[in-house]
Design a protein around this ligand. Sequence first.
Ligand SMILES: NC(=O)c1ccc[n+]([C@@H]2O[C@H](COP(=O)([O-])OP(=O)(O)OC[C@H]3O[C@@H](n4cnc5c(N)ncnc54)[C@H](O)[C@@H]3O)[C@@H](O)[C@H]2O)c1
Ligand SMILES: O=C(O)[C@H](O)COP(=O)(O)O
Length: 624
Amino acid sequence: MAFSSSCSSVKAVNSRWASPSPSPSSRFAVIPAFLHRRYATSVKLTATSAALKTVEQTTLTENNKFSTVGSDSDEYNPTLPKPRILVAEKLGEAGVLLLREFGDVDCSYDLSPEDLKKKVAESDALIVRSGTKVTREVFEAAKGRLKVVGRAGVGIDNVDLQAATEHGCLVVNAPTANTVAAAEHGIALLASMARNVAQADASIKAGKWERSKYVGVSLVGKTLAVMGFGKVGTEVARRAKGLGMNVISHDPYAPADRARALGVDLVSFDQAISTADFVSLHMPLTPATKKVFNDETFSKMKKGVRLINVARGGVIDEDALVRALDAGIVAQAALDVFCEEPPSKDSKLIQHENVTVTPHLGASTKEAQEGVAIEIAEAVAGALRGELSATAVNAPMVDPEVLSELTPYIVLAEKLGRLAVQLASGGKGVQSIRVVYRSARNRDDLDTRLLRAMITKGIIEPISDSYVNLVNADFIAKQKGLRISEERMVVDSSPEYPVDSIQVQILNVESNFAGAVSDSGDISIEGKVKYGVPHLTCVGSFGVDVSLEGNLILCRQVDQPGMIGQVGNILGEQNVNVNFMSVGRTVLRKQAIMAIGVDEEPEDKTLEKIGGVSAIEEFVFLKL
Ligand SMILES: NC(=O)c1ccc[n+]([C@@H]2O[C@H](COP(=O)([O-])OP(=O)(O)OC[C@H]3O[C@@H](n4cnc5c(N)ncnc54)[C@H](O)[C@@H]3O)[C@@H](O)[C@H]2O)c1
Ligand SMILES: O=C(O)[C@H](O)COP(=O)(O)O
């Protein structure tokens, strides 16, 4: 089939073909050294669906004091020295037993940073919860011995992932076993806050009997805003419905039908916080959610609102919360997590009489800890045996040859995913993605899993705290209710290159940039690799040609002379360097799209000026 594109004509204005090919995100592309060694001797990877199957047993040397086994059917070889596993925080007994069957387990809790460094130098695996900081210094001190870090829980903000990857250390976590525990703790805080349980308990223990002081508020009929409708948020909503509450939720990326099925309306951020009597936080800590609860947002809340946080302390500006409590905007807060853990003893927030606190207990039930312990023990033992883990967060396992050929396409795929998700808006949520690969290669001679993983990574990472890689991409996509369908079209170009173009479509969503919506009504963008550099070649129905470096401004305007100059001048005045510009149009002198690659992030006022140009109908700034 000959190559066909839905895009219209394009005129490139500036060219940087000679730019060096950008390297892929190092977190993804750096293959842990021990995996390299293992695969280097044992695995023949092909570009077929068998690409990730290991076929032989391998004995490791150097830092690997025991053998690892590649095939699913092979057993761990008990004649070789057992791996040493350091458990640095309390882990459920079932998990410890499982680990003992497999290795020498050292349970040493409350280690000082110095002692931790000494111990990791003699350990093949380390298991922690949120209380141990696994820093770069820890990986350096391990001198290559540490092969796996297991986080017995969800958040891996206490593990330096970049350092782990650089030191060839796999990081795995246990993302699902504590969901219900966290939700139950949220509900416990909600109910005990509403009825002043903690304060009344302290009062009575101090010898008082203050019945009128601790009159509470009822939950039934009140509105609860669940901020973040993921695993924990969904379970909180389900339980709050059972308490007779009216539940609304804000989550720009959650599927509306999943919420509707629970009788929950997905609403805008402002609508959620301004109408709720109770606000419960369940979003991840990301650059977009950091301190999202601040003076401005508190001022929009209903006077007397009650706040619960079992997510991450960093989503709240804690000083602003104290001000909101003092002003009576927030009547009460119940907090399980803090910006700094443990928080300082004399923190105004902790000491506030209308605040109830728990020391990060969300996951701390016997059942959750047993579940998490088993989940992490299996993941760590599996990783030490060399198996793929569905909860690995930093390790691709790809033949270096395949990786090297695909490198520029990997960058392209991630950037297309990242761009596409930023073009989505509205309450329906990103649910269905369609990817079309145009390639001259035979269908079975192109393994697209790495590309699909990178598109998934590009789509998910800007909107969550999940780390996506080849190993966990499908797992995370499924967890988030994201359906990714792939199509391959054979085109008449050179089979020397694995892919001619990649098209990413987000189906059934609204866009914040109407120009990105194709004739089929879906958000659609397409890109190619040209001379090793990823390029955006199509936006909606408009052909463009802009190298995907730095950041991007897309403008839709009336096709008329002088537009490039006007916008270029505005950016130039603000010292924003344009690295690439391209204009594509459908019909002469009607509508056109201008794609402008910029090195810096323009200030708001600069973007406002661009929006003020009369011929510009809409524009959007996108981070690559
Ligand atoms: N206190 C504890 O002990 C404890 C236990 C488990 C989880 N957690 C924390 O709870 C949080 C949620 O965990 P989860 O397992 O449900 O994660 P999840 O990834 O399943 O859900 C997070 C949800 O937040 C949404 N989201 C992303 N950005 C958002 C934004 N700007 N506004 C609103 N929603 C947004 C995502 O779309 C997703 O649906 C995480 O921060 C996790 O670390 C804490
Ligand atoms: O991220 C998590 O899983 C929770 O915050 C629980 O942390 P914990 O394992 O330290 O209790």
